[in-house]
Each structure stands twice: as C-alpha cells, then as structure tokens.
Design a protein around this ligand. Sequence first.
Ligand SMILES: [Zn+2]
Ligand SMILES: [Zn+2]
Length: 325
Amino acid sequence: MTMQALVWTGNHNVTVRDQPQPIPADGWVLVDVAYCGLCGTDLHICAGEHPRSKPGLVIGHEISGTVHADRAGFAAGTKVVVDPLLPCGACPPCRNRRPHTCASLRLIGIDVPGGAARQVAVPADRLIPAPDTADLRQLAFAEPLAVAVRAVRRSGLRLGEQVVVAGAGPVGLAVATCARLAGAATVVVAEPLPVRRKLAANLGFEIVETFAGLSADVFFDAAGHPSVAAGMTAVAAPTSRIILVGVYGMPTTVDLQAATFKELTIIGSRVYSRDDIRTATEMIATGRFDAEPFLTRTVPLDGAASAIDELRAGREVKVLVEGAA
Ligand SMILES: [Zn+2]
Ligand SMILES: [Zn+2]
C-alpha cells in the first residue's frame, strides 16, 4: 500500500509523491492525519539546513488526526494531537523526567517520517486524546501553542507585568496571547514583516517595528535573530526576565555586562513538556485559545509543495496541509 506524502528529497527540493504506507511497530499506532502545520523548522529541513534530517524524509510535526484502527488502548476514530518528541529514555535528563531536554532528542517529521501525509505512525504514548467535539483543524496548532505555553510558564509571568515579544510568527503571537491570558498589563509585539504585523494588530496587540526604547518586565525572544540578542538586555528592565524561545543556529553576541548590572534572569525554553502540550490541547479543545486567526491558509496535500514557497516568501503565518480527510 502507498500513500501521498510531502517529501524533502535533498537540497531545496520538496515534492508530493507516493510513499509506502507506514506500518506501525509494536506499541505504535497508525494515525489518519487530519491536518499538519508547517513551520520554520520545516523550511530549514527543505533548504537542506537541518543537521539531522536525511533526504527522503516525510516532513511535518504539527499533527492532528484520528486513530486509524483499534490499537494499544485507543479506539478507532479517536481524535488525537501528536506529541512529536522521541526522547531516548536512557540519558540523564530522560531519567530525571525532563525528556524534552533529552541529550539526543529526536522528532517525528525531522528524524522519522512525519505528518504531512495521509497517515503517520506514532508511539501510543505520544498520542494526546482530544474530545470528540474538538476541531481537528484548530488542534493542528496545539504543537506550536505548547511552545508558547512552556515559554510563558518558564517566565513566571505575574499579573500586571509589561511584556515585550520579539517576533510575530505563529509562536511569537501564541506567546503574546498566552501572556495576555496570564495577566500581563501590556503586551507589545515587535515585528518587521507586514503579514505578521497585520495579524498581530488584528489580535489586538500593540505592534512596533523594533523594540528599541521599550521597557519590559518580561522579554520573550521568539525570533532567534542576532539583532534581537544584541538589543534584548537594553529593553529588559532591572531584575527582569528574558525568555529564549526562538532557537539560535550559532553562538551570538549578548551584552552580558548589562545582564550583570541589571541582575537579569535569562531563561532558556525548549519545546514543551507533556503537560505543556496537554494544556495546549485543552486550551484549544475548550475554546479558551482560538487558533483560527493564526491559520492563514489550508492547502490540500497535492498543493503542499507550493505552500513551502509561500511560507518562504513570508506571505503566510501558518499553513496547514490537509491529510487523509
Ligand atoms: Zn513546528
Ligand atoms: Zn534522553
């Protein structure tokens, strides 16, 4: 049996082609994909820039779907969100119950076949069930939302604090929304790209081109850009917190003298724990987080290769690929 899938074939080449239908190993479950979001990580993979991905990979790690057949305690048709993390289970962080900081963390859609396909195989313990009433389209946003949930939890945000978020991509805007839900007095979003600025304004955030001159009790770096690193300690108020959400590909310059003189706390935030993605799933399923405005485009699997180009050109915020539906 074969199925259609979005495959990175090496260099800058992405194509929709027939792949063998995944055969779930022991303890794994076959999921009929409903929707799969594409993000900056997928763009890196599809540019041949990801250090772990191998050509021939089915991409996609932001997955919602339904269980294909009764298996491993899951009934056929159960709505699920996929937690795509594959921790090794043996290293010190894994043994200390911090598997999301696993020394050799792998992901579905990066290291093993992903969800931009009709079907995907997932370990049963990586499936988060959602209620029947939940919207599968919105549930595809649970994974990026989980990144925001973790970042805001890591920040220890308190009622009435002033928040600045650098970067209005899907994660930055989800961070801004979670910060508002958590009781921030003000949330200012800094972003140069027009399509993202427009969405930030629609969501009711104050939007600036650059954060220079602002003052933050909590500063979220959701851009991972050297210009943000260079300026963030100036924006951070004395004794404030800086949360690193965006991932830097290489070492970058930070004014550590300012960090010392202001007694800043700089906090790393890596993907999400199981509790974070479960919370994100619940926030969407209950309607407390409306993902709809973030989902700027949905494409059929056949059109998914062009969606990569749209994302690359900065014309969309979040593109979803339709799976088995
Ligand atoms: Zn992603
Ligand atoms: Zn590990």
